[in-house]
Design a protein around this ligand. Structure first.
Ligand code: 1CP
Length: 355
C-alpha cells in the first residue's frame, strides 16, 4: 500500500507500520504481534508501587501517572502494543454518574439507572469532560513512538450491566428485566450509551490512539436472538461512528462462542475470542474479512513454562490459516500472574512466528 492509499483522518501515526496494526489490517507481518488485556495493573510490582494510596478513578485522571502505568508493561514485556490505562466506567464518571471503583469489588453505582427518568442523567460526553484523557494520550504517543496505543471503551451492554445492576453481577437480572420487559426503554438506554461510548472513543483517536477496542466483556450472558435484537444495533452504532478515522476497531467479549457470527456482523475489523473456541473454528463463525485476536486461557500462565509453550503452540497452530492474528489471552491477565511468565510468553510467540 502506498502512502497515498492510507485512510484519511488523524492517521497515520508513527505506529502505522507496526506488526500489530498490520495484523489488524490483515497485511503480512514480520512476527505475530502480542499484547495482553490488563497487561498494565496488579500483576506488576511497579504498578502496585505507583498506585499506592491513590484510588483507582483518581489515578485514571492523572495524565503523568496514566502514562507511567501504560508504559510499564511495554518496557517490561516487549509487547507489540500499549493499552491505555483507564477503566470502562471513566466516561460515566465524567458525565456525573455517582459511581466509584471499590477495591476488590469493581465499579459500584450509588443510584442505579432503571427508569425512563434516570436516562436524563446520561448526558452527552464532550472532550471538555475528559481533558485528562487527551493529555495522557498526547504524552503517551510521544513516548511510545512506533509502538501503537490502543484506546478502549466499554460496549453499551457491558456498561448497562453496571449502571442497571449498580455493581458487578453474574446474572444481570435487573438489566435483563428491562431488556425483556421494557424493550423501548432498553433500546433508548443502549442508544444513549452508544453515543457516550462513541464520543469517548473519538476523544482517544483524535488525541493519537491508533486502534480501539470495544470491551463487551459480559455480553456472553445473552442468547444470539437477544443479542441481535437488543444489543447489536447499539454496538454497531459505535463502530460506525468511529469508522471514518480508519483505525482498526477490535470487538471483544467473554463466553461469546455462540455470538461470534453476530459480533463479526456488528462491524469491527478484529474480533476478540476467549479460550473456549479454537481460532480456526472462530474464524469460520466470524466469517471472512476479519482478523482475530486471542486466545490463550489466562490460567495457563500458572502452569510450567513447558505447558505454557505447548498451549501456545496449539493457539498458533489454530491461527495458521487466519487472515490476520493478534496474539492475546482469552481474557485479562489475572492479578496473581507471575510477570516473568508474561515476558517469556511474548518472547516465545515472537521467536516461533518470526518470518
Ligand atoms: O485498584 C485497582 O487496581 C482496581 C483494579 C482495576 C484496574 C487495574 C479496575 C477495576 N480497572 C482497572 C483498569 C482497567 N480496566 C483497564 C486497563 C488495564 C489494562 O488493560 O492494561 C482496562 C482495559 C479495564 C477495562 C474494564 N473494566 C473491563 C473490560 C475488561 C475486562 O477485563 O473484561 C471491565 C469489565 C471493567 C470493570 C472493572 N473495573 C475494575 C474491576 C475489578 C472490574 C471488573 C468487575 C466485575 O467483575 O464486574
Amino acid at each position: 500500500m502506498s502512502a497515498n492509499d492510507r485512510p484519511t483522518g488523524p492517521q497515520p501515526t508513527a505506529a502505522y507500520d507496526s506488526a500489530f496494526l498490520k495484523a489488524c489490517r490483515r497485511e503480512p507481518v514480520p512476527h505475530t504481534p502480542v499484547w495482553f488485556m490488563r497487561q498494565a495493573g496488579r500483576s506488576l510490582p511497579e504498578y502496585r508501587k505507583v498506585r499506592e494510596g491513590i484510588p483507582m478513578l483518581e489515578s485514571c485522571m492523572r495524565p503523568e501517572l496514566v502514562t507511567e502505568i501504560t508504559l510499564q508493561p511495554v518496557r517490561r514485556h516487549n509487547v507489540d502494543a500499549a493499552i491505555f490505562f483507564s477503566d470502562i466506567v471513566v466516561p460515566l464518571k465524567a458525565i456525573g454518574i455517582d459511581l466509584d471503583i471499590k477495591p476488590g469489588v469493581g465499579p459500584v453505582v450509588e443510584n442505579p439507572v432503571r427508569t425512563r427518568a434516570d436516562l436524563a442523567r446520561l448526558r452527552d460526553l464532550t472532550p471538555d469532560d475528559v481533558p485528562y484523557i487527551t493529555e495522557a494520550i498526547r504524552l503517551l504517543t510521544a513516548e511510545l513512538g512506533e509502538t501503537p496505543l490502543i484506546g478502549f471503551a466499554g460496549a453499551p451492554f457491558t456498561l448497562a450491566s453496571y449502571l442497571v445492576e449498580g455493581g458487578p453481577s453474574r446474572t444481570y437480572e435487573n438489566a435483563k428485566a428491562i431488556m425483556y420487559g421494557d424493550p423501548q426503554l432498553w433500546a433508548d438506554l443502549l442508544d444513549r450509551l452508544a453515543e457516550i461510548t462513541a464520543a469517548f472513543l473519538k476523544v482517544q483517536i483524535e488525541a493519537g490512539a491508533s486502534a480501539i477496542q470495544l470491551f463487551d466483556s459480559w455480553v456472553g450472558a445473552l442468547a444470539p436472538a437477544d443479542y441481535r435484537r437488543s444489543v447489536m444495533p447499539a454496538s454497531s452504532k459505535v463502530f460506525e461512528a468511529v469508522r471514518p478515522y480508519g483505525v482498526p476497531r477490535i470487538h471483544f467479549g467473554v463466553g461469546t462462542g455462540e455470538l461470534l457470527g453476530l459480533m463479526g456482523e456488528a462491524g469491527a475489523d478484529v474480533v476478540g475470542v476467549d479460550w473456549r473456541v479454537p481460532l480456526d473454528e472462530a474464524a469460520r463463525r466470524v466469517g471472512p474479512g476479519k482478523a482475530l485476536q486471542g486466545n490463550l486461557d489466562p490460567t495457563v500462565l500458572f502452569a510450567s513454562t513447558e505447558a505454557v509453550e505447548a498451549k501456545t503452540r496449539e493457539v498458533l497452530d489454530s491461527a495458521a490459516g487466519l487472515e490476520g492474528h493478534v496474539f492475546n489471552l482469552g481474557h485479562g491477565v489475572m492479578p496473581s500472574t507471575d510477570p516473568d511468565a508474561l515476558t517469556r510468553l511474548v518472547e516465545h510467540v515472537h521467536t516461533r512466528t518470526a518470518r
